[in-house]
Design a protein around this ligand. Structure first.
Ligand SMILES: Cc1cc2nc3c(=O)[nH]c(=O)nc-3n(C[C@H](O)[C@H](O)[C@H](O)COP(=O)(O)O)c2cc1C
Length: 140
């Protein structure tokens, strides 16, 4: 049975090395556990969608919650799903600093990634639009 989980968090010390290290961990761990998803980052904020089997996603989220490299982890969305939406990526990434501000303004008050101030549904809609506009980069 598949689930989709989306959360937001704030980086302790945002820098490119942190993103690279998270992506490296994701790419080694996620395929083995059948996890796919997207990691958005910008302005020191993360928003990540995880998809996969319920136990695998819950176990990974528990590890992520305890990761000292970020804080203020907030669950935005959790649901059982019939199919994956982000199945093309072991962990795709989106640098929100490079996204057209119109797309961000469509869903939020300010042209920045701010999942803390919008609903989980809106965050999911933004992720879908990022996917539809080919804004997600990463290996499959
Ligand atoms: C924002 C963020 C996203 C992460 N995403 C993943 C992920 O998709 N897959 C993964 O294996 N680890 C991810 N990690 C790293 C985990 O928190 C953890 O460090 C890693 O799985 C190793 O766990 P372990 O030390 O318990 O083996 C993420 C960490 C952060 C801060």
């Amino acid at each position: 049975m598949l689930v989709r989980l989306i959360y937001a968090s704030r980086a302790m010390e945002p820098d490119a090395n942190l993103i690279e290290s998270i992506l490296a961990q994701s790419r080694s761990h996620n395929p083995v556990h059948g996890i796919t998803g997207i990691l958005c980052h910008g302005g020191g904020i993360f928003m990540q969608a995880l998809e996969g089997g319920r136990s695998a996603v819950n176990a990974l989220y528990a590890r992520i919650l305890n990761d000292p490299r970020h804080y203020d982890v907030v669950l935005l969305h959790y649901e059982e799903v019939l199919e994956r939406r982000f199945g093309g990526w072991t962990m795709g990434q989106v640098n929100m600093g490079r996204i057209n501000t119109n797309m961000l303004l469509k869903y939020a008050e300010k042209p920045a990634l701010d999942p803390y101030s919008v609903s989980g549904k809106v965050s999911l809609a933004l992720l879908e639009e990022l996917m539809a506009t080919a804004s997600v980069i990463g290996r499959t």
